[in-house]
Design a protein around this ligand. Structure first.
Ligand SMILES: NC(=O)c1ccc[n+]([C@@H]2O[C@H](COP(=O)([O-])OP(=O)(O)OC[C@H]3O[C@@H](n4cnc5c(N)ncnc54)[C@H](OP(=O)(O)O)[C@@H]3O)[C@@H](O)[C@H]2O)c1
Length: 282
């Protein structure tokens, strides 16, 4: 099932809009042999209407960002590019320098959303100050965080300009629902969309019997059910696929509307958390 609809957008706290479906790039750029297939998969997604790409300076030690640049080519103005600074670069000066390196690899003059990949030893205030400097200089359009738990978000909220945060990118899928207890409500309260990474649990969840049953009822696939479940709650999904068939299949999730019965069945198979849990990370 290929996408025949345009990709919906959600609203960031800044008022900017952001597509709810994008392409992940972790594990891209790690092998020269795979490069052509990786560029092809991203280009294929872009040709189908995808404009959001999630990458990071960490992926392929910078090579994933060069793959993104190759795939985007002259379509930069249509795109929404997310990249991330590593925690050990996330000092006031280090963040600015890391961003400059990412801009060069991405062959662009700005990153749409720049995230702190996870918390390290530099104070959040220093990273936020660097983000604000980059934003004022037009090098990033907005900034956010990744892998920050509920307590970390409270701390961020207490930092000068910390409330300019646009998203928290976290591990979230049917098998990892811990954020529903406190982090997701926090983000909702502040009208900040969550980006769900590893939305397919890197493929590990796709053999689950209940996903297969619901998929069959809709003439869909388990991956589409897993993504549709996230998309129905204003969460941004960024599945990674090197196979163009996977890209098409994942885009098909945008057309799948789960029923309340489907959702109740999924809740029984993959229960929501009943108590606070530390944030899972991959
Ligand atoms: N902020 C963070 O700390 C963090 C951590 C992890 C991930 N991320 C971001 O989130 C993105 C997505 O997460 P992820 O890459 O970890 O995992 P994922 O998107 O859940 O799964 C990717 C894996 O699933 C396979 N796949 C994709 N579509 C499929 C389909 N329709 N049917 C069967 N298999 C399918 C892919 O295979 P093929 O490649 O062979 O098509 C790949 O092996 C990453 O690429 C990255 O951009 C961020």
């Amino acid at each position: 099932m290929a996408a025949s609809v345009s990709i919906p957008t959600t609203r960031l706290p800044s008022g900017a809009s952001m597509p709810v479906f994008g392409l992940g790039t972790w594990r891209m750029g790690e092998s020269a042999r795979m490069r052509a297939a990786e560029v092809k998969a991203l280009r294929h997604g872009i040709a189908q209407g995808v404009t959001l790409i999630d990458t990071a300076e960490m992926y392929g030690s910078g090579e994933a960002e060069t793959i993104v640049a190759d795939a985007v080519g002259n379509r930069r103005d249509d795109m929404f590019i997310v990249s991330k600074v590593l925690p050990n670069n996330a000092s006031r000066r280090g963040t600015v320098a890391a961003c400059e390196r990412s801009l060069k690899r991405l062959k662009t003059d700005r990153i749409d959303l720049y995230l702190l990949h996870w918390r390290g030893s530099y104070p959040l205030a220093d990273t936020v100050a660097a983000f604000e400097e980059l934003r004022a200089a037009g090098k990033i359009r907005g900034w956010g965080v990744s892998n920050l738990d509920h307590d970390d978000m409270h701390e961020l909220w207490g930092v000068s300009h910390g409330r300019h945060c646009q998203t928290d990118q976290v591990l979230y899928n049917l098998t990892r629902r811990g954020i529903e207890f406190d982090l997701l409500p926090f983000c909702r309260k502040h009208e900040m969309p969550v980006m769900a990474y590893s939305p397919l649990e890197q493929g590990r969840m796709l053999g689950h019997k209940v996903l297969a049953e619901i998929a069959t009822q809709h003439d869909a696939t388990p991956a589409q059910v897993a993504l549709a479940w996230l998309l129905r709650q204003n969460v941004i999904v960024i599945p990674k696929a090197t196979s163009t068939a996977h890209v098409d299949e994942n885009l098909g999730a945008l057309q799948l509307k789960l029923t309340t019965t489907d959702v109740a069945t999924l809740d029984r198979a993959f229960p929501a958390p009943t108590e606070q849990q530390p944030l899972d990370m991959l």
